[in-house]
Design a protein around this ligand. Structure first.
Ligand SMILES: [Zn+2]
Ligand SMILES: [Zn+2]
Length: 411
């Protein structure tokens, strides 16, 4: 027997399927169930002709039964539904006992081990993640619901902060810009379209919108007044998170890194010179920024920090509540106060916003539950309940044995 024949004695899944007239999925099922012997090399399965022959001569063999062979169908990933056209796309099979759904290599790389039907519940995911946080395997943990809260709170806080500012010095020209109304110069946007894609949905209801971060952004465009020679000044506030992970796992456990930052920097600075505008850019990461990202902005030594003559860039770390910027750049230093972390009087507003967002999915929220959901002190949550009751949209009830609860008022 020469070596060429030797090679031909082994078949790939696709070849074996074609040879005996069944689907690739069927061959794969046999391999997974142990009915067909196969060797795995670099992620590819190889089946010897001898093994295939013995499988077919087995009286119970599915291939011998035409009704099963007739069911030959396209093999798809059980999680993302992409069509599997080559063996190398097969990453594994759903981890649920008895389930034969194939999981593609791309899904497996994203840590997906279950088909859509057997995907663990949100609660199971969170419990497992909380354990990993305890053991130190995860350095942080932000659940998808908290991510949306963080984003909303940050946006509201920033909006509120700016609304008190009537005059702002242009970072480049030094001219004073008058801002009669921030609302009128603000454009809000988010990535709902992207979220729909990740969720594989065609609509988003209020509850879903409250459950996932939207990577919302605020875009203020300040035009210089009559007789002023400044270039337009734009203030961009962008919340950032890994939406795909938030959808797949219902949480994220890593800060954003330099590659994400580099893409954002490119996006927000590339047309500045051509369009003659100046930008103050605030990039707020819901899971914070890692060291590699911080170094780009701060610089490891003088002269190494990011610099653009028409842009000031700040990183906001929503995990640690920190503002990161190049303190050596005097221009940047001056506007840092505008973006500083929470002032004491803003904290109550923050809690109120968080509770209102949570109330989108509840008719009532017991104080004990609120304290379990939010990282805020009891007194602060009680104060927020009181404020919310004063709006008339809610009332606070004392439930016997259950303590206080915020209840939505019915009209
Ligand atoms: Zn897949
Ligand atoms: Zn499954």
């Amino acid at each position: 027997m020469n070596s060429q024949e030797d090679n031909q004695d082994y078949l790939k899944i696709s070849e074996a399927a074609k040879l005996i007239g069944v689907s690739q999925k069927t061959v794969y099922r046999w391999i997974v169930s142990g009915d067909l012997e196969a060797t795995r090399v670099r992620g590819l399965y190889f089946i010897s002709r001898a093994a295939l022959k013995s499988r077919l001569s087995n009286p119970g063999a599915a291939a011998a039964r035409p009704e099963i062979a007739a069911k030959a169908e396209l093999m798809k990933c059980g999680s993302c539904y992409q069509i599997i056209s080559s063996d190398s796309q097969i990453g594994g099979v759903c981890k649920t006992e008895g389930c034969e759904q194939v999981i593609c290599t791309q899904c497996l790389q994203k840590d997906i081990h279950y088909c859509l039907n057997h995907r663990p519940s949100t609660q199971q995911n969170w419990r497992a993640a909380e354990e990993k946080l305890q053991t130190g395997e995860y350095q942080l943990l932000v659940k998808s619901t908290n991510a949306r809260q963080r984003e909303l709170i940050f946006e509201n806080r920033f909006d509120a902060r700016l609304s008190n500012i009537k005059t702002l010095m242009h970072p480049e020209s030094g001219e004073l810009l008058n801002i009669p109304s921030w609302e009128r110069v603000c454009e809000k946007s988010d990535e709902q379209a992207q979220l729909l894609k990740y969720l594989r949905k065609l609509f988003l209801d209020a509850a879903t919108l409250a459950r996932y971060p939207l990577n919302a952004s605020l875009h203020y465009r300040l035009m210089p007044g009559k007789g002023q020679k400044s270039e337009p000044l734009e203030i961009v506030v962008q919340a950032l998170s890994r939406m795909d992970r938030m959808v797949q796992q219902q949480f994220d456990s890593e800060p954003l890194s330099a590659d994400v930052l580099a893409a954002e920097l490119m996006h927000y600075t590339q047309e500045l010179d051509r369009e003659h505008i100046f930008r103050i850019v605030v990039l707020a990461s819901i899971t914070g920024w890692d060291e590699s990202a911080r170094q780009i902005i701060e610089g490891s030594k003088p002269g190494t920090a990011f610099f653009h003559r028409r842009a000031l860039v700040y990183l906001y770390d929503l995990e640690k509540g920190e503002l990161v910027y190049n303190a050596r750049d005097e221009r940047t230093h001056g506007y840092a106060d505008l973006i500083t972390p929470t002032l004491p009087d803003e904290e109550l507003q923050e809690v109120i916003a968080a509770i209102e967002n949570e109330m989108i999915v509840h008719d009532s929220l017991a104080l004990v539950d609120a304290l379990a959901i939010f990282p805020y002190k009891r007194g602060l949550v009680e104060a927020a309940y009181k404020k919310l009751s004063e709006t008339g949209r809610y009332k606070t009830l004392i439930l016997p044995g259950n303590g206080a609860a915020l209840v939505r008022q019915r009209n």
